[in-house]
Design a protein. Sequence first.
Length: 174
Amino acid sequence: MNEEVSVNNIENTADKIKTEPKEIQFPNALLIPEIVKFMDEGHTVTLRLKGFSMRPFLENNRDKALMKKATHPQVGDPVLAEISDRHYVLHRIIKIEGNQVTLRGDGNIATEQCRLQDVKGEIIGFYRKNREKLDRTDGRKWKIYSWVWTQLFPIRRYLLGAYRRLWIPCFGPI
């Protein structure tokens, strides 16, 4: 009888291992250079977002970005860029002057700088709120959101503060 219980326990454990996907996390400094290699080979990559710099519409550990190798980044585009050695950000381009690119996260006040060749990935779209439907960055919804949000920059600090302190505790993330 003990043998049967042991076998059942082993089978139940094996079933759990098969059905529960395992998530492995790597530091960005190790993972993102490999992702850039895939994109350089012509692949698209889906990456789960970490951090709060693209709030209020993109949330930490909830949303995913679909990206490809950057070919012609433009002002307003969300991109993956290397702003210093092995330090990557997914932010919006707010200015391009010659070879200098200025980036700012939608949830940030400060800017970052990089060279045009350090823009590694262009975002095709986002999978938000665990949906399977892609919100494309070339679609009407994203373009309207982007235009409105970038125009609100002077007062964005106050809107983000209200969002963080009032909206999220009452209603949850957008």
